[in-house]
Design a protein around this ligand. Structure first.
Ligand code: HEM
Length: 337
């Protein structure tokens, strides 16, 4: 029987998955309005374990799960607390990867160092977000940095599994440029999306295709509507870019064709989820929670898919192409003699 061998790349992949769960739980915390249900940090009502509510009351909070005049349910406190616990687990996982990197090739060091720096920044931002009472720009920066951290882990995974470089695949310049533009565009669309959700502008425009009859409302007239339409505009750009990427990859870079196709499929799925989320506000509000969480979860996978194209471009073929063989001298035929 084949023995199961856990490699460094497996451990990195597990950390990527754990981080994805952390992001999804973070989204659930936001949509269920539980982000402020633990008023202090790193404790929660001065306790590490704030259940049942009677313990919180005994710990010097006579009103229980009450913050700024709002009373939270135990499960809301659990969401925020779980989000923090997952964040701590990701931190320990990264620490483990850092220690184990001692026995890994040097190519893993750069993405690992980047991931460590971004995680430290993320923890600081998490605390700032709580202190700022989830002010919208702090939520946007928190999500943007979370994606960068996820991206650094994904890069680490690539470096941990890819065989030592032998031969860089020839890739046209246009493909290199597109492979950078794609993740940048997805990342900016996600930031705009976070601005939409944190300013509660998801339902301010109504349905497709304009915003209450206007293409791009001025921020002077309505900031929420402006932010909302900016998000749709960036989503459109991302969609167009994914089509261009697919066509160019098909023609010029066969080794990136599958990755480009994947990213296009992911963009399509994200657009469908975005449109469903949009209509949920007016037509099926009970589905809003699930759709909004899915929109972020899927968007995170899309972000990794977009990075994957760039990493595929910069990857190496296992073997160098064969040098052209000199033509064999042909046997003179009877007729030519
Ligand atoms: C490439 C395409 C897209 C990406 C990467 C993307 C990404 C995101 C992200 C990251 C959020 C924030 C989620 C959160 O904070 O939990 C968001 C929110 C949102 N997006 Fe998108 N999105 C895309 C396309 C669309 C489209 C096409 C629509 C609709 C036409 C849309 C509608 C929304 C709405 C309504 C919200 C606010 C949800 C809420 O308030 O909970 N998105 N998007």
């Amino acid at each position: 029987m084949k023995s199961l061998r856990i490699t460094y790349a497996h451990a990195v992949l597990a950390t990527v998955v754990l981080t994805w769960v952390l992001i999804v739980v973070g989204a659930a915390t936001r949509v269920y309005d539980a982000g402020m249900s633990c008023p202090d940090w790193p404790h929660c009502y001065s306790l590490w374990w704030p259940w049942p509510e009677s313990r919180v009351i005994a710990a010097g909070h006579p009103e229980g799960y009450m913050v700024n005049g709002q009373h939270y349910a135990g499960w809301q406190v659990a969401l925020e607390w779980g989000h923090r616990l997952l964040a701590a687990l990701v931190g320990f996982a990264l620490l483990g990867l850092l220690v184990a990197a001692k026995w890994q090739p040097r190519r893993v060091w750069a993405p690992l160092a980047l991931a460590v720096v971004l995680l430290v920044v993320q923890i600081k931002l998490g605390a700032v977000t709580v202190w700022m009472s989830n002010l919208h720009w702090s939520v946007v920066i928190h999500l943007g940095n979370a994606m960068l951290f996820m991206g650094a882990l994904f890069w680490l995974w690539w470096r941990a599994q890819v065989a030592p470089p032998m031969h860089r695949r020839p890739t046209p310049k246009i493909m290199m440029i597109l492979s950078v533009l794609m993740p940048v565009c997805v990342w900016l669309t996600m930031l705009m999306g976070a601005a939409v959700s944190s300013t509660h502008s998801g339902g301010v425009c109504g349905g497709l295709f304009s915003c209450a009859g206007v293409w791009m409302p001025s921020p002077k007239v309505d900031v929420g509507q402006h932010i909302h339409m900016q998000h749709r505009l960036f989503a459109l750009l991302t969609f167009v870019l994914s089509v261009v990427l697919m066509v160019v990859a098909k023609r010029t870079a066969p080794h990136a064709r599958a990755a480009a196709l994947q990213v296009h499929g992911l963009v399509l799925g994200q657009v469908v989820l975005g449109i469903l989320t949009l209509y949920s506000f007016g037509s099926f509000p009970e589905w809003y929670y699930l759709l909004s969480i899915l929109h972020l979860g899927w968007g995170t996978v899309l972000w990794l898919g977009a990075l994957n194209v760039g990493l595929e471009m910069r990857s190496y073929a296992a073997e160098a192409p064969q040098a052209p063989q000199p033509a064999k001298p042909t046997q003179p035929t009877k007729r030519s003699r």
